[in-house]
Design a protein around this ligand. Structure first.
Ligand code: EPZ
Length: 421
């Protein structure tokens, strides 16, 4: 899917109802986890987004059977090769989750360093630490990571020095089939991790989460098949709620789960929004009131999610008064700031702090998207800006937001695709 350049005619109020899709950051680890089973697995509520399409290509290329229609059927009984196309691997950070399952199934894997959003260096030292703790041997040759098992993998104790979503998933996928007890300390607790654990336990794994950021994994001989439904996407939900907040209007997100976004809801209420929640929907209503600036510090779950930082930076940039957002997770998640300032915002960066002095209105301009969440921030900025906004390289947004142009048009955005190449 290309559609790299769009024009947005502003300003337009965004209001109405949005159906939330399945979580990208749940669907990805669950797809890679499916490699560990040799039986039929049906996954429901899979979002139709680029990162999933790329993952399906990677898995099909090694012989895994996948049929995707409303649901996704996968059977990883046969893996007929383990040569991975670099042009696919480099596109998504999630490709790192091939390592554990392929190591278990094929005893070795050679992989380029995975890609992903341009939001900082994206080291993988904690993934490597977890793999080595479980007995994997690792060397590097012409920019490839070569991982193999000399004798066998062994259960062990893993103590992460820092919380990492990705490394937590790698340690889980690598240890569920290792005989014995593997204990993992200082795990990430994002809902998507819990979803992956619930999926694995549904197909026969024995993973127990204690309330002390600890997992106890009892290795099993094999995993079975089964059916599993992915949780709703909490970041997509938060993004559309921000669309309503910056439009001073009313937005309802349904097919979602408010429990996963308590930290976002808390900040939206502080920005002046009225929020109504039920089991599977959330309504935000600004009642045309002025936005209040809100100070934010991003942290691992249940803290405020870094994936909502660009969107909230936009909100603060048009909320009169001074506010800051401290970005504690990614050292370079600021590329949207320069683009927003081209539209008349007044935002400065000091170390890892974003400082906003709110302005009354922003103006359309010709800007560049650089990664998934900054694209979401910029497309919303274009919707509320006075005049037209051209966004180049908007294709990043298709990686993580299903039917995004249609969903935005349905709530009042005026967007045209300028070219398809
Ligand atoms: C996952 O990235 C998500 N991606 C990110 O979402 C999300 O922002 C991030 O977790 C934090 O919640 C997927 O799930 C596919 P980390 P990941 O390992 O696993 C450092 C989006 O927009 N680190 O928790 O890469 C790392 O550099 C994407 O959907 C190491 O130093 O995040 C970062 O500063 C963007 N060494 C911090 O830890 C390592 O070995 C947290 O990274 C691994 C990570």
């Amino acid at each position: 899917m290309n559609k790299k350049k769009i024009i947005i005619y502003g300003p337009n109020k965004l209001s109405g109802d949005v159906k939330i899709s399945g979580s990208k950051n749940s669907a990805l680890p669950i797809l890679f986890a499916s490699i560990l089973s040799k039986e039929d697995i049906k996954i429901k509520n899979i979002p139709n987004i680029e990162d999933i399409n790329i993952t399906i290509k990677i898995l099909k290329n090694i012989g895994i059977k996948i049929i995707k229609n409303k649901n996704l059927l996968i059977n990883a009984k046969y893996i007929n090769n383990i040569s991975f196309k670099y042009n696919l691997i480099k596109k998504i950070r999630a490709s790192i989750w091939l390592i554990g399952p392929i190591l278990i199934r094929c005893k070795k894997i050679k992989l380029n360093k995975p890609g992903g959003c341009n939001i900082g260096k994206r080291p993988i030292d904690m993934h490597i630490y977890a793999l080595k703790s479980l007995g994997a041997k690792i060397n590097y040759k012409n920019n490839k990571i070569n991982i193999f098992i000399k004798k066998k993998l062994n259960s062990n104790i893993i103590k992460f020095p820092k919380i990492s979503v990705g490394a937590t998933i790698t340690s889980i996928l690598t240890s569920v089939l290792i005989p014995g007890i593997t204990t993992i300390y200082n795990i990430a607790k994002e809902p998507e991790i819990i979803d992956t654990i619930n999926f694995l336990n549904k197909i026969g794994a024995k993973i127990k989460k204690t309330n002390k950021n600890k997992l106890i994994i009892k290795g099993v001989k094999k995993l079975t098949g089964g059916t599993y439904k992915i949780i709703p996407d909490r970041i997509e939900t938060g993004t559309y709620l921000i669309a309503g907040a910056i439009s001073k209007s009313k937005i309802t997100c349904y097919n979602t789960n408010p429990i996963f976004i308590k930290s976002i809801i808390k900040k939206l209420i502080l920005s002046g929004a009225k929020i109504k929640i039920k089991k599977d929907f959330i309504t935000l209503n600004m009642n045309n009131k002025k936005l209040k600036p809100v100070n934010i510090i991003t942290n691992p779950y249940p803290g405020f999610p870094t994936d909502m930082q660009p969107q909230f930076t936009l909100l603060n940039s048009i909320a009169l008064g001074k506010s800051y957002i401290k970005e504690n997770i990614f050292p370079n998640r600021f590329l949207h700031i320069k683009e927003l300032n081209k539209m008349g915002t007044n935002i400065k960066i000091k170390n890892n702090k974003i400082i906003c002095i709110g302005v009354n209105k922003i103006l359309g301009n010709n800007i560049n998207a650089t990664d998934l969440r900054s694209s979401a921030c910029l497309i919303l900025a274009g919707c509320i800006a006075n005049g037209n906004t051209i966004i180049n390289s908007i294709h990043h947004i298709y990686r993580g937001y299903e039917n995004v142009l249609k969903k935005l048009t349905n709530i009042g955005a005026k967007i045209k695709i300028l070219n398809n190449k």
